[in-house]
Structure formats: C-alpha cells, structure tokens
Write a new protein. Structure first.
Length: 135
C-alpha cells in the first residue's frame, strides 16, 4: 500500500490512498484499474485501461473474441480486450513489480499504460470516423 501511496503522489493525484484502497485511478483522462493478487502473482500487477465504448454494434464475432481475450491475457503481454459488462474496449497490460520497484517507476509504468490507451482510443476514433465517411 505504501508503494501505491507514493506512486499516487508521483502521479500528482489528489486522493493518494484511492489506488491502494480501490485499485482505480485516472491518468490524463484514462480510467485505469490496477489489480494485484499476491497469492497468484506476488510480483505482478495487471492494469486495465478503459478505451471507451466500441462504436460498431454489428461486430458480434469480434466482440466475442475480444471478450475471450480479456480472460486469456498472459503475463507480460498487453492485449486489447472487451469488458463484457460495460461493452468498453480495454487495454490489458501486466506489469512486473518487484521488491525494488520504486514509486516513480510504478508511476512511469502507469503513465505509459495510459499513453498507450490514449493512442489506441485515438486510433479507434479515427478508424470509426473514416469508416463513416466511406459509407
């Protein structure tokens, strides 16, 4: 929890206890859920960055594939997935967090996840717009 508090301070968050208590934070407009399970992977955290709702409602098979992908993401891999509850796209990234990991390193890694999610969100938005123009 102390690492979460210090990482929250490094990120400039107002509520520095929120990450440790709830595992949720917003970085540059990107909602990120940080999940840690000490029993399964004591040196990893899984980050779920919200990409927002998927625009194309006719992509049933793709939506099912992404839903499956959400639950099959492996350690050290970033994957795109679909949250089957909210219908939002997600960027799922597993971060290694060892005993020597500093708060600044964790904050930098979380910023990187948020930047990747922002870039993916922008890419999805541009693709959606270009498909709308083609129709």
């Amino acid at each position: 929890l102390e690492l979460c508090r210090h990482a929250s301070q490094a990120l400039g968050l107002i509520d520095i206890d929120r990450l440790g208590r709830h595992g949720r934070l917003a970085i540059d407009g990107v909602e990120v859920v940080v999940y840690f399970d000490e029993a399964i992977a004591p040196d990893h955290v899984r980050c779920f960055a919200d990409l927002g709702p998927l625009m194309d409602e006719d992509a049933g098979p793709l939506r099912r594939l992404l839903s499956f992908n959400l639950f099959s993401a492996g350690p050290a891999s970033g994957v795109c997935a679909l949250d089957p509850v909210s219908g939002h796209g997600l960027l799922v990234v597993t971060l290694w967090v060892g005993v020597d990991t500093t708060a600044e390193q964790l904050a930098d890694a979380l910023r990187s996840v948020a930047r990747q999610a922002s870039a993916l969100r922008e890419s999805l938005s541009q693709q959606s717009a270009s498909m709308g123009e083609a129709a």
